[in-house]
Design a protein around this ligand. Structure first.
Ligand SMILES: C[S@@+](CC[C@H](N)C(=O)[O-])C[C@H]1O[C@@H](n2cnc3c(N)ncnc32)[C@H](O)[C@@H]1O
Length: 282
């Protein structure tokens, strides 16, 4: 089965699809805060355990990790120094007493000793890698035998909404195509189980976690439909136009139709995938 992508060449790689703007920092924060109960349920690490969060970004999940596991010793890694600076600020503001160390590193080349962590946490990162299977296999080196990995990913193919609109679906597809051009895969949720198994993990358990938003759940409409999902599609509007993926008229109609799903009478569904697995003794 083919699960790995192709290494993006400089010619086709516009960079990390979401970018590192202030707007994206807010979007990641809204996403993590709105979905914390849904995505972090069941993730609790014992006091004293060493936990590695790879691709921590601006620390949006980090504060929920340490909030749910007081006493755990967290090491948070990202490839972006600017994101790490924001993550430090976020943890200082929201979890001042937490035991968190930050390191700038590529998750494929981590500066840590073999078997130095009890748990690894990966959220919304594999979707940006051209080699997610190799990355997962590589993380086993720093995870002790018997230690666990938790992986959370989205899958934009799981998004459906009312009122339905071919323009809105095409606008979402722009995000999927641009992410693929950057070497990622916005449909990776459906591959989490095979990726973990192929990387050599044992006891792989993957479950869907669905967000459903309508006017009776205004916090989800605001935090997820508007500020996480639609904001993500809006953020690639210019890049999608430059790439000629849709005409300006059609893309703007698609974005307007997506916004209608967050108004009275609209509904929005999206399914995340959360996987848990154990690093077997070699
Ligand atoms: C969508 S963000 C998710 C951030 C955070 N996990 C969250 O859920 O809010 C993806 C993050 O992965 C980081 N990243 C991408 N490739 C990486 C790599 N090879 N090594 C370390 N971090 C990486 C990016 O810099 C970015 O901060």
């Amino acid at each position: 089965m083919e699960t790995e992508g192709t290494a993006p060449t400089a010619a086709i790689r516009p960079g990390y699809v979401h970018g590192y703007s202030e707007r994206e920092t807010r979007r990641l924060g809204d996403q993590a805060d709105t979905l914390a109960a849904l995505l972090h349920a069941g993730t609790r690490y014992p006091a004293g355990s060493r936990v590695l969060e790879v691709g921590c970004g601006v620390g949006a999940q980090t504060v929920h990790l340490v909030g749910g596991s007081p006493g755990a010793r967290l090491v948070a890694v990202d490839i972006s120094e600017a994101s790490l600076a924001r993550a430090r600020d976020r943890v200082a503001a929201h979890a001042r007493d937490a035991d968190v160390e930050f390191h700038r590193a590529d998750l494929r080349d981590l500066p840590f000793a073999d078997a130095s962590f009890d748990h690894v946490f990966v959220c919304f990162v594999l979707e940006h890698l051209w080699d997610p299977g190799r990355a997962l296999a590589g993380l086993r080196r720093v995870l002790r035998p018997g230690g666990t990995i938790t992986v959370i990913e989205g899958d934009h193919g799981s998004a459906f909404f009312h009122p339905d609109s071919a323009w809105a679906r095409a606008a979402v597809d722009c995000q999927i195509q641009l992410q693929a051009r950057a070497g990622g895969n916005a449909l990776i949720g459906r591959q989490v189980q095979p990726l973990l198994s192929a990387a050599g993990y044992a006891e792989v358990v993957v479950r869907p976690r669905t967000v459903y938003a309508d006017r009776t759940r205004p916090a989800l409409v605001e935090g997820f439909t508007r500020n996480t999902f639609i904001a993500m599609v809006e953020a690639v509007r210019d890049e999608a136009l430059t790439a000629g993926l849709m005409t300006r008229t059609d893309l703007d109609r698609g974005i307007a139709d997506l916004r209608r799903t967050a108004e009275d009478g609209g509904t929005f569904h999206y399914t995340f995938v959360k996987g848990h697995a154990v690093n077997p003794a070699r």
